[in-house]
Design a protein around this ligand. Structure first.
Ligand SMILES: *Cc1c(COP(=O)(O)O)cnc(C)c1O
Length: 334
């Protein structure tokens, strides 16, 4: 008999994660957005998670997974494929825990992200021109005894990201709507599981980009499907959800109320708004909640929380976007 793992991550696992990682993460600030509250007629607050260690929420899930390894696994070390922020978060978590870390990535990953991961003390292996090709390298290392920690479809990773949901409820107990970045779904599943366990009526809205929204396409198809990977300002939201997805597809289907998609222009507007109105430097993926509100793509009926999920952006690109110059990341003129 094949025993399938329970796809759902429970609130108890998220509370355990909070105790496990609490001493190592930043409880990131929440700030009211005057401009967005005025514009939308409801209180709007920003969770400034781009100030998390390593520059994104990925540090939460990575730290939870690394601290949950047994002694033999710690000694053999961990490995992952990453387009950037997961590798960076995992590298930092491993450095903190004294565990050896190897990150494999494709040759398409921007140099600033590669340098950042090396800077956190991890070994970087460049392999192939896609996540799938980099994965082959990881499979080889796992066969040699290392532990793979994937970026989203993993119990401890999802539970770690869920600690962000607990912090949102602490900061805004009467929250009605939470806008959450959606790629593989580790973040939104953790946040939704934490929040809906305590406040089932809270609406969770996923935000992805039009160019390569794998979870959105999978929901429409009723099963995990692949979509072409396209260049986008929201580069941390790229990549598939895995055709053998165990947790996040089922959880998103059950817990996420709506998914909206943004154009490159709308993502750029989010980055510019974060800078000029909120005085925050966020990457494209971090700004999609802002972009969705500014574009009027989400109807709001009460206190609303947006997550600024990451800040790891090339500063030259950031400068061009906030100055209103052509950004042309995806062949779209500004
Ligand atoms: C990884 C990432 C996301 C998406 O998270 P998933 O768990 O894959 O849905 C959003 N924003 C940033 C900055 C990220 O690094």
């Amino acid at each position: 008999m094949i025993v399938r793992p329970d796809p759902f991550i429970a609130i108890g696992e998220i509370e355990t994660a909070q105790r496990r990682i609490g001493a190592h993460i930043r409880v990131t600030p929440v700030e009211r957005s005057g401009s967005l509250s005025e514009r939308s007629g409801v209180p709007v607050a920003l969770k400034l998670e781009h100030h998390q260690h390593s520059g994104s929420f990925k540090f939460r899930g990575a730290t939870n997974a690394v601290l949950n390894l047994d002694e033999a696994q710690r000694r053999a070390g961990v490995v992952a494929v990453s387009t950037g922020n997961h590798g960076r978060g995992l590298a930092r978590a491993c450095a903190m825990a004294g565990v050896r870390c190897t990150i494999a990535m494709s040759s398409l990953v921007p140099q600033n992200k590669i340098d950042a991961i090396r800077g956190e003390g991890a070994e970087v292996l460049i392999h192939g021109r896609s996540q799938d090709e980099a994965q082959i390298e990881v499979d080889r290392l796992v066969a040699g005894g290392m532990t793979m920690i994937p970026p989203f479809d993993h119990r401890d990773v999802i539970a770690g990201q869920g600690t962000l949901g607990l912090e949102i409820l602490d900061a805004m107990p009467d929250v009605a709507t939470v806008l959450v970045q959606l790629s593989g779904g580790g973040l939104i599943c953790g946040v939704a599981a934490a929040i809906k366990a305590r406040r089932p009526g809270v609406r969770i809205v996923g935000v992805s980009m039009e160019r390569g929204a794998a979870m959105h396409a999978s929901l429409a198809a009723g099963r995990p499907v692949e979509v072409p990977e396209l260049p986008t300002l929201a580069d941390s939201l790229g990549g598939g959800i895995g055709l053998a997805n165990v947790h996040t597809f089922a959880m998103v289907k059950a817990l996420v109320d709506d998914v909206v998609l943004l154009t490159e222009r709308e993502i750029a507007d989010g980055i510019a708004h974060a800078y000029w109105q909120e005085r925050q430097i966020v990457e494209g993926s971090g700004a999609v909640g802002l972009g969705a509100l500014l574009a009027g793509k989400v109807a709001l009926d009460g206190p609303t929380m947006l997550i600024l999920s990451g800040g790891n952006i090339d500063m030259g690109l950031h400068y061009r976007i906030v100055s209103g110059e052509d950004f042309d990341v995806a062949g779209e003129a500004a």
